[in-house]
Design a protein around this ligand. Structure first.
Ligand code: MN
Length: 256
């Protein structure tokens, strides 16, 4: 397995994401990351063959066996990406907020390598939110010129299935318990909004936007360890330039 594509898409002096490194050992962990890039989506990753095999799932995984979730296979990620949560700075590939939405272990229901190659990967998850059996099924594309990256993620019918599953009810990190807004550093902004609900969001933030964009770039360059403040936090959603979102979209366009 290679992390060349992962490496080529990123500048590691600009993003807090981990550098590429293929592991020797064969672990069996998984992670689902909620990723607010140009489009909100979930990244489903299985530790396998020294990397994280990865799929972008626009609507996220579901415990409802009736849901067939489109899952676009994307580039392998390094295993150290498992517990990555935070902000990918504006101007970088996939810029936006990343939450560790679920993690745990997985167990292939057969030979993992063969099932992956065949496009019929059956497995069991033991996570905090996701449990039970699933299948990732490669779709044979009828469209000429299709990249062939489309899979479906489907829950099997078992005791962990939940027909009323609603992913929006699970907006917390299993790592830090934070919501997406909290990870984005939006707590101050939320308080402000609830106190002054008559003020439109765009107006209340407009005067800050420019100063914040500059401060954000400095902060990203200087240190990811900088502590959040209300002023910085407002910028997370506001100051992402169109350029950055266009870049992020290239990876997730099909992922909604
Ligand atoms: Mn993503």
């Amino acid at each position: 397995m290679s992390l060349d594509e992962y490496k080529a898409k990123r500048r590691f002096e600009k993003t807090p994401e981990p550098p590429p490194r293929v592991e020797d050992d064969e672990g069996r962990r998984f992670v689902v990351q909620k990723h607010q890039a140009s489009h909100l989506h979930y990244d489903f990753r299985l530790e396998m063959e020294g990397v994280l095999k990865s799929w972008a799932v626009p609507k996220g995984p579901s415990l409802n066996p009736n849901d067939k979730r489109l899952a676009m296979m994307v580039e392998d990620h390094p295993v150290s990406y498992l517990l990555f949560e935070g902000i990918i700075p504006e101007g970088n590939y996939g810029a936006g907020t990343v939450m560790v939405w679920d993690t745990g272990t997985w167990e292939p229901l057969g030979n993992a390598h063969e099932m992956l190659a065949k496009g019929d990967l059956k497995f069991r998850l033991v996570g905090e939110k996701l449990k039970g059996e699933f299948v990732l099924a490669h779709m044979r594309s009828r469209r000429p010129g299709s990249k062939g990256t489309e899979w479906l993620l489907i829950k099997k019918r078992d005791s962990a299935a939940r027909e009323n599953f609603d992913i929006d009810q699970f907006d917390w990190s299993v790592l830090s318990k934070r919501s997406m807004k909290q990870i984005a550093g939006d707590q101050g902004s939320e308080e402000w909004q609830s106190n002054r609900s008559a003020t439109p969001r765009s107006r209340k933030n407009a005067w800050l936007a420019d100063a914040i964009a500059v401060s954000d770039r400095r902060k990203a360059a200087a240190s990811k360890a900088a502590k959040g403040t209300a002023a910085k936090s407002v910028s997370k959603r506001r100051s992402r330039p169109a350029k950055a979102t266009a870049k992020g979209r290239s990876s997730t366009r099909k992922a909604g």
